[in-house]
Design a protein around this ligand. Structure first.
Ligand code: ACM
Length: 645
């Protein structure tokens, strides 16, 4: 071969490689699955959904609800018909196969999904895996497959792929606080529908708190009296409301009957979700105290009412202005809890009951003669040891019902109950400590997993005391260095609802950050890639739109940082967490667009400017929200920063 031919051939080879890489990247843009599957091979061609969809599935009672939801999913938006057909040997569109011999790579929740031009096949060891394989398949179809109404003029097709997928962790949770604001059974079930699309398998229901007791306990009827479940409706900034006056009606709230609970548990089970109940004790117990004041250490508890958002705890502390705790020295408390946990254990099949344990104010205990006597009798030296004494007795009660205990990381203080699992929320240190003691741990640290925190700048988000942006959420890593992974059961994000007054806002706070957590607890650590994840999130937005689920676009908004020099001159830095955005700004109060000055370096406001307005674009398309930032606010932040340093 001559040199010239060699050169020509290698040029041809380079251009073929370049072409095929470019082609693959382009072609791959219609595959944007969250959480990222373990292994995905994209083949050429598409499966086109036929208007008469034949489904064939191996027989299993646990698959019945899955097939019903598959049928709904494929027929409602398309207007097509689906039939389940058991005749062997006929061509079917969707085939669901349960392995006769377990494939060890897949475990209980994994699946193989093969989409060819002719058929979609999901193979799994267990019905759970089939269910997850179908969730992935839905994400391969056009976004309008998520619509609850007929959508016309769509080519209902999915790219041909071969996927092998299984979760990194068995505990993939979301905590839903239904106490601070009550959400109906229907809303909880809608939420379950949303979470399973991203392969969450655990709904932690925070059923009791100071603001309301939300679960019927038949042997303790006062727990679901209006006094313990209803409060004055308030709007504004929770925690600052004026105390209710006697003439204000207590109309807001509610509770779940035991039938409601059974229905929610079944609804979740049909979607391979466990519901874990939380009864938050001994702190956060005002609603129980209101119903049964004799459970308090403090005289006068019969005057309490559940709070409507008025301040009643002081921070740092926690220091109670009123006593919202169950009294560990009061022997009436333990039979009360025995009754509660007997019924809770019967209602929820999940193996764990969450006993709270967080933020228990001890200032009333310090004053209590009964607590002092208990400390002397039991040799308890600190109030933390008093709480630990309580937790250990509670653990015995719960274990007597055949259940295991999990609690927030405060249950470590004063000595952890022998078999308790720990949910680490004040960072990851509690989780590390518990795992090193050989206890099971679920990670849900504020730093990455608190979805009640603001997702963008406080100037545009409803105010909460802290911020957690999407990119930071995506950095969540449940297994800390130096910890044996076998003790880390998984992770979850927590949705506290003090500031979530309605379901639409709850959705806004949940998505897309819960997409990030879903990927952190399902996908292999090595596949984590922010830019790639972020581009898949943008694709999911179309699905949320089709499903009419609200979500935040805060990831498109810049972060503001500001400093002040010795002459009082401000320097404002804008940072975008999404690549490829341009930020335009104005100082003249008018509305910036892509014809305005583009941000390229830190800004100093012109003399007398009162407002900085910013907006982000991708090319010619506005993607961020317009943010109006008063210069006076930036001055304040710069001054405050100076104070901190
Ligand atoms: C918590 O956030 N108090 C567990």
């Amino acid at each position: 071969m001559t040199d010239c031919i060699m050169k020509k051939l290698s040029l041809l080879f380079i251009s073929i490689v370049t072409f095929s890489v470019a082609f693959c990247q382009n072609d791959n843009t219609d595959v944007a699955i969250i959480p990222q599957p373990v292994k995905l091979v994209k083949n050429t061609g598409y499966f086109i959904l036929p208007s008469n969809i034949l489904i064939q599935a191996d027989a299993s009672p646990a698959l019945e609800a899955t097939i019903a939801s598959l049928t709904t999913h494929l027929t409602v938006p398309t207007g097509y018909r689906a039939y389940v057909n058991t005749t062997k040997g006929i061509p079917v569109a969707v085939r669901l196969i349960l392995n006769k011999m377990a494939d060890n790579t897949l475990g209980d929740e994994g699946y193989h999904l093969v989409v060819t031009q002719k058929q979609v096949t999901v193979t799994a060891n267990k019905p759970t895996g089939i269910f997850y394989g179908l969730q992935t398949f839905y994400q391969l179809l056009p976004k309008d497959i998520e619509s609850n109404t007929l959508v016309q003029h769509i080519q209902w097709q999915a790219p041909c792929v071969e996927i092998t997928d299984y979760p990194r962790f068995g505990w993939r949770g979301l905590m839903f606080d239904v106490s601070r604001h009550f959400y109906t059974k229907q809303q909880v079930e809608d939420f379950i529908d949303q979470m399973v699309k991203y392969k969450y398998n655990l709904l932690h229901m925070h059923l009791t708190d100071d603001e309301g007791w939300r679960i019927e306990i038949k042997s303790l009827p006062r727990l679901t009296s209006d006094d313990a479940t209803k409060r004055v409706h308030k709007e504004g900034y929770f925690g600052t409301f004026s105390p209710p006056t006697p003439d204000e009606p207590r109309t807001e709230g509610g509770f779940y009957t035991q039938d409601d609970i059974r229905e929610m548990v079944q609804y979740a089970k049909d979607r391979f979700v466990n519901i874990m109940p939380e009864i938050d004790i001994p702190g956060h117990s005002l609603s129980a105290i209101v119903a049964y004041p004799e459970l308090s250490c403090t005289a006068g508890a019969d005057k309490y009412h559940i709070i409507s958002g008025e301040p009643f705890m002081d921070w740092p502390g926690p220091k109670g202005r009123i006593d919202n705790t169950l009294c560990p020295a009061n022997e009436k408390v333990y039979p009360f809890l025995d009754k509660v946990f007997t019924e809770v254990a019967q209602l929820f099949p999940f193996e764990y009951i969450h006993i709270g344990g967080d933020e228990c104010a001890k200032n009333f205990w310090e004053q209590s003669d009964a607590i002092k006597a208990l400390m002397q009798k039991e040799g308890l030296k600190t109030q933390e040891e008093v709480q630990s004494y309580f937790e250990k007795r509670v653990e015995k009660i719960i274990e007597s019902k055949g259940k295991k205990v999990i609690g927030w990381d405060e249950i470590l203080e004063g000595g952890l109950a022998p078999d308790a699992a720990v949910m680490s929320w004040r960072g990851i240190d509690g989780g590390i400590q518990a795992a090193k003691m050989g206890h099971e741990v679920v990670m849900s640290p504020t730093t990455f997993a608190y979805l009640d925190y603001m997702q963008g700048d406080p100037i545009i988000e409803p105010h909460v005391y802290a911020t957690l942006r999407l990119k930071k959420t995506y950095e969540f890593e449940p297994v800390p260095e130096g910890v044996d992974p076998k003790f880390i059961k998984g992770g979850q994000a927590n949705i506290w609802t003090e500031q979530m007054f309605n379901m639409r806002h709850l959705e806004y706070m949940t998505w897309p950050r819960a997409l990030a957590i879903a990927e952190c607890v399902w996908s292999p650590k090595a596949s984590k890639n922010w830019d790639n994840f972020e581009s898949r999130v943008e694709k999911q937005f179309g699905r949320f739109d089709a499903a009419e689920v609200k979500y935040a676009r805060a990831m498109f908004d810049p972060s503001f940082a500001v400093t002040k020099d010795a002459n009082g001159k401000l320097s404002i830095t804008l940072t975008n967490e999404v690549d490829g955005l341009d930020t335009y700004y104005s100082f003249d109060n008018s509305f910036p667009d892509n014809f305005y000055p583009k941000y390229t370096q830190p800004l100093t406001p012109p003399k007398d400017a009162v407002m900085l307005k910013v907006v982000t674009y991708r090319g010619k398309k506005q993607v961020g929200r317009e943010i109006a930032m008063p210069i006076s606010e930036l001055q304040k932040r710069a001054d405050h920063k100076g104070d901190d340093e």
